[in-house]
Design a binder for this molecule. Structure first.
Ligand code: FAD
Ligand code: NAD
Length: 476
């Protein structure tokens, strides 16, 4: 007979592991199945985010930024250093240690919360059963059942059919996190979040980086004013971003790889040593559903759910990257908590209007809510306030003055509809704006709140004041 649980979670990423812990906290007997293993072949919880996503990328972004600052920015503080070098092996070891301590920590949290952790590949069968398969052989190892099942299988990198990954020279984000030396010339296909973050890492360490972006517009999802400033900053750093570039093929040459692409109808090619393909991610749902279960996938492979993450089959829920909405770790986790609460008979809710976005480049880019362009397209009357970090004492003291804060409010009600920031530590500053929007604040509310001096948060305060043209440290 199949072992029975109250809840089975398939997938141990930030969606699945958080859902499992919250279910257990609510008194539900919970199992979490995950198939991810590390380089030593040992099970490694935490999904894409902890193993090959958010955490290792931020570790490398931090190491490379320290190196870059030491070389290019410390002299302004009067600090000089000779013979500065980068030990890539040590940098990668540090990254691996951070990953292993965090992924191991999930195992500890599971034990403490009495979540049953199962290493294997889960497949949803009919009547609330789950088959657990060996991830390597695909053989059935056990069958378990539960009245509630949460599908949290995440996503995988998109592979371009004409440019298949070879694991060494043509790689996805996982490969680009693992280079053992700095490539002299790096080609990145796709100037989205991953392209910009990982392109920045290797650029700061000395690679000549060319990003080939299919769209004519740079960072189309961001506010136009912020995207324009970002493009300027990245250009200054030496990132060569070519828009409207359709890559056709990659071929080997005696000196490396030739990337052939068309731009404005003209044929071009560049020679590089390695290629990173970062053209988006797709849901990891292949083989997840047995033929006789009622859960449906859309034409792109996403699990179809309603606003409450409920699938077409009673008792089966789906969350995170495998369903509609932004592919972000915090969105996955919040959906996991909301579903756990619903299963336990409570109330769960995720406000999609206030999910923050952060791009961890330097300067960082962060936003919450709608862009000015989106609001104008929707016919919503807006007023905006912009304030540059260069006019704040703290940014000057830090020698980090690039960027600005832009607050967008409804022209009539003054309700804050979006905040868009580019600048130092804005991944932290955006939290205040998320709180403000969650509590339906007006720009006047933000303007009336006391902000400590001297802090970067004063730029948020001044941008809110600027909505009514009353910023103190700015003309006009
Ligand atoms: P995942 O994290 O993908 O976890 C799914 C898990 O389920 C995986 O372990 C997978 O192996 C397992 N699985 C799949 N199928 C099965 C099955 N049938 N049986 C058992 N297990 C299965 N997001 C941010 O918010 N901030 C960032 O800074 C950020 N940086 C990123 C950097 C990179 C390089 C990448 C690639 C992604 C980044 N993301 C970031 C996105 C983030 O990683 C994802 O949004 C997040 O991991 C999604 O969580 P999830 O739980 O839905 O899925
Ligand atoms: P993305 O959607 O951010 O960017 C992909 C880019 O590739 C787009 O600009 C797209 O126009 C371009 N593109 C698509 N096909 C192309 C082609 N054939 N040639 C050239 N360009 C092409 O996707 P991503 O950068 O792969 O990241 C995937 C997801 O992972 C993101 O959407 C995000 O949700 C998540 N992520 C988040 C963070 C973060 O929160 N800081 C970091 C990394 C990844």
């Amino acid at each position: 007979m199949a072992e029975n649980f109250d809840v089975i979670v398939i997938g141990g990423g930030p969606g699945g592991y958080v859902a499992a812990i919250r279910c257990a906290q609510l008194g539900l007997n919970t199992a979490c199945i995950d198939d991810q293993s590390n380089k030593e072949g040992k099970p490694s919880l935490g999904g894409t985010c902890l193993n090959v996503g958010c955490i290792p990328s931020k570790a490398l972004l931090d190491s490379s930024e320290q190196y870059h600052r030491l070389q290019h920015q410390f002299s302004a503080h009067g600090i000089t250093a000779e013979n500065v070098s980068m030990d890539v092996t040590k940098m990668q070891q540090r990254k691996a240690e951070i990953v292993s301590s965090l992924t191991g920590g999930i195992g500890v949290l599971f034990k403490a919360n009495k979540v049953t952790s199962i290493y294997g590949r889960g497949r949803l069968m009919a009547e609330n059963h789950v088959a657990v398969l060996d991830p390597e052989s695909g053989e059935l190892s056990q069958t378990i059942s539960a009245p509630n099942i949460i599908l949290a299988t995440g996503s995988k990198p998109v592979e371009l059919p004409s440019i298949p990954f070879d694991g060494e020279f043509i790689v996805d984000s996982t490969g680009a996190l693992d280079f053992d030396r700095v490539p002299s010339r790096l080609g990145v296909i796709g100037a989205g979040v991953i392209g910009l973050e990982l392109g920045s890492v290797w650029n700061r360490l000395g690679s000549e980086v060319v990003l080939l972006e299919a769209m004519d517009e740079f960072l189309a999802a961001a506010d136009h004013q912020i995207a324009r400033d970002a493009a300027r900053q990245f250009k200054k750093q030496g990132l060569d971003i070519r828009l409207g570039a359709m890559v056709k093929k990659v071929s080997s040459t005696p000196n490396g790889l030739q990337l052939s692409y068309t731009q404005k109808g003209e044929e071009h090619s560049i020679e590089v040593d390695r290629v990173v393909v970062a053209v988006g991610r797709k849901p990891a749902t292949e083989g997840l559903l047995a033929a006789d279960c009622e859960v449906s996938l859309d034409n792109r492979g996403f699990i179809e759910v309603d606003d409450h993450c409920q699938t077409a089959e009673t008792g089966v829920w789906a969350i995170g990257d495998a369903v509609r909405g932004p592919m972000l770790a915090h969105k996955s986790s919040e959906e996991g908590v909301a579903v756990a609460e619903r299963i336990a008979g409570g109330f769960g809710h995720v406000d999609f209007n206030t999910v923050p976005w952060v791009i961890y480049t330097a300067p960082e880019i962060a936003w919450v809510g709608k862009t000015e362009n989106e609001l104008k397209a929707d016919g919503i009357p807006v007023k905006t306030g912009v304030f540059p970090f260069a006019a704040t004492g703290r940014a000057k003291a830090m020698e980090d003055t690039a960027g600005m804060v832009k607050v967008i409010a409804h022209a009539e009600t003054d309700r804050v509809l979006g905040v868009h920031i580019i600048g130092p530590h804005v991944s932290e500053l955006i939290a205040e704006c998320v709180v403000a929007m969650s509590f339906h604040a007006s720009s006047e509310d933000l303007a009336r709140i006391v902000h400590a001096h001297p802090t970067l948060s004063e730029a948020v305060h001044e941008a809110a004041l600027a909505v009514e043209k009353r910023a103190i440290h700015k003309f006009g």
